[in-house]
Design a binder for this molecule. Structure first.
Ligand SMILES: Nc1nc2c(ncn2[C@@H]2O[C@H](COP(=O)(O)OP(=O)(O)OP(=O)(O)O)[C@@H](O)[C@H]2O)c(=O)[nH]1
Length: 462
């Protein structure tokens, strides 16, 4: 089982502490790190509790192939891991443990069987965006690799590795790690971006976690975003499918983890059907941006280089939450002066006002988004305890979260993002002197108790 380096792990783990002056990445019992009041602070990245590593046993034949595709050469722009970690000496030492962000960005393309993943991939590979793209494909069963990927022929793959019979989220995650490691070792400098196409039955969560839990991957590759392509014609059947307790509904999960959602095959359905579907999708994930597409035709900037896991982008994401650029009807009616939440129930109410005939609650009701928008400043200790305890107790159910917080005594805003038990946080820019201190948090997950979350948050306010 790969672990994070010892110097990153060597932190006391006893106390739940979220905001801190140190930048650490660790596993073990939870510690969140809040800033020490009066000191500048740096990023923190943490794994909340011990992560269950994938089995190292390789299946006899497992489901990957990788290839590097060339289009025009382009310069790769590096970005820092976290924005402005102006630091004390102690902090500086810690922050040096976090690799500078010249890591290779990786995009996960997910979506149910037949939704159009390969079609989108081909669009990406044949478009003129100047990026050299390494592709990792995960297929179930035997496939004709040359036949199934048109772009291999048109762009010329430098290297193809293919493995079959396994789902990336289950048995072959070890292969993903190995493949990324090999790409980095043997081909670094020859590609600018990695695109991973999952099988239609993959749950994105373990794949996302691989980018944080596997040292070799984390050090060289950063997750750029999860793009979920949805079959507008058929997805509803899958979203509505009742699964036995404990069995994942992949179609719902794929939507829940997404940074970008492409509602594809819009040529096959009527406009009202698409609108209704979009409402269902937004009930699951209010955070992702969404576009309608046909044959995966989308501006590539919309799916590549999106920084879905970057702390620097948290603001735009929490600002945009519910305000989908493609579908303005999902704008949520924030009251910036009274703390309140937006939950799928709220969204349902909202939708019903617009169309009272459409009672469309049939997706897995356990997966939803909760947003909290509230002015005020948080007591440091209470916030640490609340968020720490929340993740300790519910990290399995919290798929993704993002937030921007005002902490009492801290001059900067604190931004964070998390996936289950993985937490990254950092102070970003200073609050403006006249700027209202508005906290914004979005949770996406299973069985989220909106009232409880709201109550817990409010109890941390001064
Ligand atoms: N009408 C229509 N067909 C589409 C569209 N996008 C993809 N298709 C077709 O849908 C079929 C499945 O597309 P793929 O791109 O192979 O889907 P996939 O998600 O990779 O499929 P799996 O790998 O089997 O899960 C193909 O025949 C595509 O040509 C679209 O927007 N409209």
């Amino acid at each position: 089982m790969a672990t994070v380096p010892a110097d990153m792990r060597a932190v006391p783990l006893a106390v739940a502490k979220l905001f801190s002056t140190t930048a650490l990445r660790f596993r073990g019992p939870f510690r969140l790190c809040l800033p020490q009041v009066g000191k500048s602070s740096a990023a923190v990245s943490a794994t909340v509790r011990d992560y269950k590593a994938p089995s190292k046993a390789m299946p006899a034949a497992s489901g990957f192939r990788s290839s590097i595709h060339k289009t025009a050469m382009s310069r790769y722009y590096s970005r820092r891991f976290s924005s402005n970690a102006s630091t004390t000496e102690e902090v500086w030492e810690a922050t040096t443990n976090i690799p500078p962000d010249d890591r290779i960005p990786a995009t996960i393309i997910t979506g149910f069987l037949g939704a159009g993943k390969t079609t989108l991939l081909n669009h990406i590979l044949t478009a003129d965006h100047g990026k050299r793209i390494a592709v990792i494909e995960n297929e179930f069963g035997e496939v004709d690799i040359d036949g199934s990927l048109v772009a291999v022929k048109t762009t010329g793959a430098e290297d193809i590795v293919m493995l079959n019979n396994g789902c990336l989220c289950c048995t072959v995650r070890g292969d993903l790690v190995r493949m990324i490691s090999e790409l980095v070792k043997k081909k670094k400098g020859k590609f600018d971006h990695i695109v991973i196409e999952t099988t239609g039955l993959a749950n994105p969560s373990p794949i996302i976690q691989t980018f944080y839990s596997e040292e070799h991957v984390f050090d060289h590759v950063k997750l750029d975003g999860v793009v979920t392509i949805v079959d507008a014609k058929h997805v509803r059947i899958h979203l509505d499918e009742k699964k036995p307790d404990g069995v994942v509904n992949e179609a719902v999960e794929q939507i829940a983890y997404a940074d970008r959602i492409l509602v594809n095959k819009t040529d096959l359905v009527s406009e009202p059907e698409v609108s209704l579907l979009i409402k269902k999708i937004k009930n699951i994930n209010t955070m992702a941006l969404l576009k309608r597409t046909s044959y995966g035709k989308v501006d590539l900037n919309y799916v590549l280089g999106i920084g879905g896991f970057d702390l620097e982008r948290i603001e735009s994401i929490v600002e945009a939450e519910g305000l989908n650029h493609d579908h303005k009807e999902f704008k949520l009616d924030y009251d910036h002066h009274d703390g309140h939440d937006h939950h799928d129930h709220h969204q349902h109410d909202h939708d019903h006002k617009q169309d009272s005939n459409k009672h469309d609650h049939t997706h897995d009701p356990r997966v939803s988004s909760v947003s909290i928008v509230c002015e005020g400043s948080l007591n440091l200790d209470k916030a640490n305890m609340w968020l720490g305890t929340l993740l300790m107790e519910h990290s399995d159910d919290i798929y993704r979260m993002k937030g921007l917080l005002s902490v009492d005594g801290m001059e900067e805003r604190f931004v964070f993002q998390g996936v289950h038990d993985i937490f990254q946080g950092s102070p970003d820019r200073l609050w403006g002197s006249d700027e209202p201190r508005i906290n914004k948090i979005v949770f996406i997950g299973k069985n989220l108790d909106a009232e409880e979350l709201k109550k817990g948050f409010k109890a941390c306010l001064l």
